[in-house]
Design a protein around this ligand. Structure first.
Ligand code: ATP
Ligand code: MG
Length: 534
């Protein structure tokens, strides 16, 4: 697989039936995977071949033929068969790993990309821990499904078919009597499958709660320390952890309960098979060699059936995890390029007119109530208002992070909703109220918004305008200083200024500052229009 392969649209693989969706997900790997399963079939056939030769050998021995001259040949064929069996098992393992790793790599990349493209309102209502859980632990459960479970199922079916075929050729009655528990075991597995699925889903949900608690606690560790709330937090964590323990116990004990049942069934079948086989051998219905071959092969019929149940039950975890992943994948992306009006940047004026604009977040109470004002090109406007009065909300409407609910908001006389979001976001430079910097160098942080090489000069100009250039030069590594854990810890004001430099470097036509920075403000001359939000 090349690293630059065209993006594979996983949304198109989703169908009503989860198994069918997983099959579609294998696109590009289906043949490899089927071949991997086929190799397991070959390996099974070679194993049965060993038992058949063993049977022949014993029969020859019993009948007192002069078999001395065959012994080297028998030894060689044992060796060759074992070698073939090993080679095919190896090939199959490699191909299954290639498939499962390839599919999950694609799935992980798609999820990462998809999550970035979901709407602001989706992220408002979704917990970070839950998304992390789905992108890691659930993806891994899907990986196991392909690496071990699905191929395992194929292996079991092939072992069963090959060995049963050989057994049927040895003695039909004996073969049929050896598999009477199969339907029972399958029914038992399916019953468990349903029960275990529900318990596992509960367990995964709780794990998501736990990782969310952990994530929130780590983010807010300063608050926890400042208020000396460690004990309170550990109690809260312990409560969630106990719930996980209980759910885990339920899930794993259901799993464990399956074994005694399946062991009793398959154990009884083995004893029954040996008994019938031995009786037939004594009565002369089958030869001793056939009995020995049978005794070897029956293990390879019953063992797979015993595992069939385990695999069906384990597959349920892969299916549940897959279901959790597609819940995210099914979410609509933010249509970045939708919108029929896309002016050329140089003919773009930038006049915002608010006419009775109202807005509320989904079903929440109204935040902006019939706002009307005009913002002309070149004008600088300051919005003043108490906490929660809706200033940040108002400016979030401009790049269409959210769409206004009623009234009319126009840009250059055209309804804002007709502009593609990507276009607006290119034109509008926004400094967030709580700016976020990545754990990368200051240089990378400032040049984040532009996807081209940035010259030192441009970088310095932006930083000087944001009044942070001298501070950056004061750091031992200057612009190459790392931000965050591995480098310097910046103060709130420094972060904000770097965020301003980042936005200025983008050279936006419209500058929106959701921040109070009077001093910086007074030094600047507005280039175009600026909205200054306090
Ligand atoms: N994503 C959201 N989902 C639902 N309600 C929200 C969301 N963001 C803000 N609100 C609500 O909208 C109202 C306005 O919030 P907003 O952040 O716009 O206020 P603000 O004027 O910027 O306040 P501040 O001066 O504290 O920054 C508040 O009542 C807030 O609870
Ligand atoms: Mg605000």
């Amino acid at each position: 697989m090349s690293t630059n392969s065209a993006p594979f649209d996983i949304r198109s693989t989703i169908s009503e039936n989860k198994l069918k969706s997983l099959w579609n997900l294998m696109s590009g790997y289906k043949r490899i995977y089927l071949f991997a399963a086929l190799c397991l079939g070959f390996a099974a056939a070679f194993r049965s071949g060993t038992y058949l030769i063993l049977g022949q050998f014993v029969d020859a021995l019993v009948s007192d033929d002069d078999i001395g001259k065959y012994i080297p040949w028998i030894a060689v064929s044992f060796f060759v068969l074992a070698a073939f069996q090993g080679v095919f098992t190896y090939i199959s393992g490699r191909l299954a790993a290639k498939t499962s790793e390839g599919i999950t790599r694609r799935l992980r990349n798609f999820l990462f990309d998809h999550i970035q493209r979901l709407s602001f309102s989706y992220h408002d209502k979704t917990k970070t821990g839950d998304l992390i859980q789905r992108s890691t632990s659930d993806v891994d459960a899907v990986r196991l499904f392909f690496a071990d479970r699905a191929i395992g199922l194929g292996r079991i079916l092939l072992l069963f078919i090959v060995n049963l075929g050989v057994l049927l050729s040895l003695n039909v009655r004996l073969a049929l009597l050896s598999i009477i528990v199969v339907p029972l075991t399958i029914i038992l597995s399916l019953i468990f499958f349903r029960k275990v699925s529900a318990a596992y889903e509960d367990y995964q949900d709780q794990e998501a709660v736990l990782s969310n608690t952990l994530q929130e606690n780590l983010t807010g560790v300063r608050v926890v320390k400042a208020f000396a709330r460690q004990q309170f937090e550990i109690d809260k964590f312990d409560a969630e952890n106990t719930k996980k323990f209980q759910k885990g116990r339920k899930f794993f004990s259901m799993h464990a309960l399956f074994w005694p049942f399946s062991d009793i069934l398959t154990g009884a079948q083995m004893i029954f098979g040996y008994y019938i086989g031995a009786t037939m051998a004594i009565s002369g219905e089958i030869s001793i060699g056939t009995y020995l071959a049978y005794a070897g092969m029956i293990i390879w019929i019953i063992w797979p059936i015993r595992n069939l149940g385990r695999l069906i039950v384990q597959m349920s975890t892969g299916l549940v995890s897959y279901g959790r992943i597609i819940e995210v994948i099914k979410e609509q992306r933010e249509p970045l390029s939708a919108g029929d009006h896309k002016p050329q940047s140089d003919t773009f004026n930038g006049e915002f007119v608010f006419q009775n604009v109202s807005f509320s977040y989904e079903d929440n109470p109204i935040v902006l109530d019939e706002i009307s004002f005009v913002c002309k090109p070149g004008q600088m406007i300051a919005l003043l208002g108490g906490p929660g009065s809706g200033k940040s909300t108002l400016i979030n409407l401009l790049p269409r992070f959210y769409d206004y609910t009623s009234g009319l908001l126009t840009l250059d006389g055209i309804d804002l909703k007709r502009y593609p979001r990507a276009f607006l976001r290119k034109q509008i430079g926004l400094v967030e109220q709580e700016p976020f910097l990545f754990s990368r160098s200051i240089r990378e942080n400032i040049s984040y918004g532009v996807d081209r090489e940035v010259s030192e000069e441009e970088l310095f100009t932006a930083s000087k305008a944001a009044a942070i250039h001298d501070v950056i030069l004061g750091f031992p590594k200057g612009y190459d200083t790392m931000v965050g854990e591995k480098g310097v810890t910046l103060s709130g004001g420094q972060k904000q200024r770097i965020a301003i430099a980042r936005t200025l470097l983008k050279n936006p036509k419209i500058l929106v500052l959701d921040t109070l920075l009077l001093r910086w403000m007074l030094k600047q001359k507005p280039k175009f229009i600026k909205l200054w939000i306090i």
